[in-house]
Every structure is written in structure tokens, then in C-alpha cells.
Write a new protein. Structure first.
Length: 481
């Protein structure tokens, strides 16, 4: 009987293993792509990745990648470290070299919390009062603080200062390298929302200067009534463009504000409804099922379709991307939407784009399906021509946006899962069902024309390039060697 019991056990175990593999489609276990190829790869120590930023430092190109909470072994130190910031030399994108990991907030803070998910980098040559030849990294420290690090030697970062601490939450910051003004997404105690804007002058990174707090009316201390959705991120055009774009409500009840930068920085700062409205040029309130995760301005776009018209061939737009949050299509799908803001006081939606679900049976493939973010670099090779969208289990998608009224997908890359890719679950208890799926979370580009896609489910960073007909939509005459 003993051998029969053992054989039965092996049969059951084998069946369970086969069942696990069977739950992963063949497509999930292999690369799917169109007009995009893999150039290089780094596993990022199997840390859940959020935001990549690519910075040229002298003759080197360095990728700084923020991570969600959790912990992993750092092979460089032999120690298990709380997820923080990965620093990778991508000078040769075919052979990226992992330089160091800067630990973040402790392992008790997991998922969206903890870690050090957000990062920006500025050169001291650009900052008005930075040290020439140095480079500085702005990052959050979990939910509790914002920090400045000296990354002049990217392999040996050193913390320069803590800008603000004692926060309840943090998120997607923006830093103007030419002025030093930073828009920090923070949750200071006393405000009615966990995420609003704290604006600092970081022109001298060693000496942060607080300017003001900013949020939607109703989010300030002492306000009454419903509290609007939290700030998720900001984008500034600096003093030349004199605009800051704020996105509130990442997955639902989205709000977009177009703000006069000078009025924001120099206007009355006491947190009253009147003062919070003072710098606002326009506000767009979205339906309940539409989120506002991030905004990407597309300014002074020349539209060939209208070149023969007496007017209307030069317009301003912004791309709005919502964040899909539940797994396996359990809520409304978030999508990309393009707004015409040529008349800033009356922005109007002109197009919508999404990946067709039946092109990959994405609702049942596991994990999230829908948009999360766009690239944020305005690299001349791609700006106002090609936009890249992180679409979770549908990978990274390349869109030709030269006609904003008809965005057209021209390429995509869905990485294969690895042995490090983490599972994603729906349901609870006995009814819980878990699957392993790619979760492309964020995407960025550099001035050389490379695309960097990072994965939320611990699969690492894929360095990509456009191929075939898709390359014709970009302008590679603008590539920096």
C-alpha cells in the first residue's frame, strides 16, 4: 500500500503543478510583440517597480527606478533590504549594469505603501543654486517623507537632506530643474485628504524652502462637506509655459485643473476656498467612472489634416490617463483620453483609446487590465509624435498621436512572465483565484529613443526600441548619441 499512497501523492502533486501551468496561457509564458523589440533587461532584484527616470550624467546614462513597499535580497550586499530605489547604468542598454539599491521605508509598509516609489533627478548645472557637476535625486520615503540625495556618483548615493517628514502619504512629485520649484504630493497632518500638493523651492537642494500648500477646495483643514478625491500628480511647464497641470482621483471621480503657475507661486496662500481657486484657469470634473492618474501636455501641435484650413492647424492638447486598480476587470476600465485645450478655459475631450480586451482575453489573463500611465519625458525623438502607455497585463503600447483626434496604436511589447513574477488574486478564502501575469506599471523614454518599461509584479525592467513601420512615426534625426 505504501508505494500506492506515494504514487497517488505524486499524481496529485503533479496534477496540481500541471493545473498551475494550465492556468497560465501559452501567451503569458512567451513574449508577444509588434513593431517593438527587446534591447536589454534587468530584473531589478525582483522588486515591485513603479517609476523609472533616465538621466544623462556626463557620458553615462543612469536609470533611477522607484519601488513599492516590500523587501528583497540585495545580492550586492548579501542583505535583505526594504524596497527603495534601484540605480542602473544603462549607458549600454544591451548590457545594463545594476549599480546599487537605496533602501526605502520598512517591510511593514507593503503594496502601495512603504518603499520609495517616486523619483526625480536634476543636474546641479541646471539648478540655480546647485553645485556644478553634481546630480541630485528627489524621492519619497514611503508615505512619511520626501528626501534629497546626492547621486553624483550613482553607485554611492548619499542623503543630503529630508525636505519634509511626518506625512500620512506621498505620491507622484514633479521637479523643475531650471528653477528648482518642486510640487510634492504629500499628506500633511490636519488636511482632509491624504494627498495634496506641498510646493517647495529646491533650487539649493541642501536648503529646502517651503512656498505653500495647494489642493482642491474642500480638502483644506476646517472645510465642511464631501472631500474631493486626492491629488495623484502634477506636471509643470515652468516659467516659460507658466502652467501647472494637476490630476486628482486616479481611478474614479477624476478632476483636472489647469493652473496659472505665477499666481500659484505668488498669490495668496492661506488655505481658503477663494485662495485655492485663485490660480485656477480651468477645472474639468470627470464622470464617476473616469480617473485622472497623470497628465501629459502636448503643446503647439501642428495638425497636417487642417493645414489647408484658414485656422485650427496649430493646437494645444493634454493626454489624461486613468489608473485601473482592481484585478480581472472588477471595475470600470481606465483608458487614455485626449483633450483639446487650445481655449484653456474650455477644455474638451476629442478622443479615447484602449486596448481591445479580446485581442488577448485580458480580463481573464490575471492581474490588472487597463491603463496606468504614459511616459513623461519630452524627448524630441518622440514628443508630439509617439506616446507610450503602460497597460498592465497588456504590456507597453506605442501610439501615434500626430493626429490627436485619431490616436493609432503602432506597436506593443508584452513581456513573458518569469520565475520571479508575483501572482495576482481575486476573491477571498476558498473562492480565491490567483494567476501570474505581467503588470507593466510605468514607462519612460530617453533622448536616444529607448523605451523603459517596469513591472509591478516583480518582473523587472525591459529596455525596448521601436522597429519596422513604427519607427517612421518618430523623428530619429533628433536622437542624442
Amino acid at each position: 500500500m505504501g508505494w500506492k499512497v506515494r504514487a497517488l501523492g505524486l499524481l496529485i502533486l503533479g496534477g496540481a503543478f500541471a493545473g498551475f501551468l494550465g492556468s497560465q496561457t501559452a501567451a503569458q509564458r512567451e513574449v508577444r510583440k509588434s513593431n517593438m523589440d527587446l534591447v536589454g533587461y534587468d530584473d531589478l532584484q525582483a522588486r515591485s517597480a513603479y517609476q523609472p527616470v533616465i538621466q544623462k550624467q556626463g557620458e553615462r546614462w543612469i536609470a533611477y527606478v522607484g519601488h513599492h513597499g516590500g523587501e528583497q535580497l540585495n545580492p550586492l550586499t548579501g542583505k535583505t533590504e526594504p524596497n527603495g530605489t534601484s540605480v542602473v547604468d544603462v549607458t549600454d542598454p544591451r548590457h545594463p549594469k545594476y549599480l546599487t539599491h537605496v533602501p526605502g521605508e520598512t517591510k511593514e509598509k507593503t503594496g502601495e505603501f512603504g518603499g520609495a516609489s517616486m523619483v526625480r533627478v536634476c543636474s546641479g548645472n541646471d539648478l540655480p543654486h546647485g553645485d556644478k557637476g553634481k546630480f541630485y535625486m528627489l524621492r519619497d520615503f514611503g508615505n512619511s517623507a520626501h528626501e534629497i540625495w546626492d547621486v553624483t556618483n550613482p553607485a554611492k548615493p548619499s542623503r543630503l537632506t529630508v525636505i519634509v517628514s511626518g506625512l500620512r502619504d506621498t505620491h507622484k512629485n514633479w521637479w523643475e530643474c531650471d528653477t528648482g520649484i518642486a510640487y510634492l504630493v504629500s499628506g500633511p497632518v490636519g488636511w482632509r485628504t491624504p494627498r495634496m500638493a506641498q510646493i517647495y523651492d529646491l533650487s539649493d537642494p541642501a536648503k529646502p524652502v517651503f512656498i505653500r500648500n495647494f489642493a482642491l477646495p474642500g480638502q483644506q483643514p476646517g472645510a465642511k462637506g464631501p472631500t474631493p478625491e486626492s491629488l495623484h500628480g502634477a506636471v509643470s511647464t515652468g516659467p516659460k509655459g507658466n502652467r501647472v497641470y494637476f490630476a486628482f482621483g486616479n481611478a474614479r471621480d477624476g478632476v483636472v485643473e489647469i493652473v496659472d503657475r505665477e499666481k500659484l507661486l505668488k498669490g495668496p496662500s492661506a488655505p481658503t476656498d477663494e485662495n485655492l481657486r485663485y490660480p485656477v484657469i480651468a477645472r474639468v470634473d470627470l464622470p464617476a467612472d473616469m480617473g485622472a492618474h497623470n497628465i501629459f501636455p502636448m503643446l503647439r501641435m501642428k495638425l497636417p489634416e487642417f493645414a489647408k484650413q484658414k485656422s485650427g492647424s496649430l493646437k494645444d492638447f493634454f493626454v489624461l490617463v486613468g489608473e485601473t486598480t482592481p484585478n480581472e476587470c472588477q471595475e470600470s476600465r481606465q483608458m487614455l483620453r485626449i483633450f483639446d485645450m487650445t481655449d484653456e478655459t474650455k477644455p474638451i475631450g476629442v478622443s479615447t483609446w484602449t486596448v481591445p480586451e479580446d485581442s488577448g482575453n485580458f480580463c481573464t489573463a490575471g492581474g490588472r487590465f487597463g491603463t496606468h500611465s504614459s511616459n513623461e519625458s519630452v524627448a524630441p525623438v518622440f514628443y508630439n509624435r509617439v506616446l507610450f502607455i503602460a497597460h498592465f497585463n497588456a504590456g507597453v503600447r506605442a501610439l501615434d498621436i500626430r493626429d490627436p483626434y485619431r490616436p493609432k496604436e503602432i506597436g506593443y511589447y508584452i513581456p513573458a512572465i518569469t520565475d520571479k513574477t508575483d501572482k495576482r488574486c481575486v476573491g477571498e478564502g476558498a473562492s480565491q483565484n490567483c494567476k501570474v501575469a505581467i503588470q507593466t506599471n510605468n514607462v519612460e523614454v530617453d533622448d536616444r529613443g529607448y523605451i523603459y518599461a517596469v513591472d509591478r509584479a516583480n518582473t523587472g525592467m525591459h529596455i525596448l526600441e521601436l522597429t519596422g513601420p513604427a519607427r517612421q512615426a518618430a523623428d530619429f534625426t533628433q536622437v542624442e548619441k
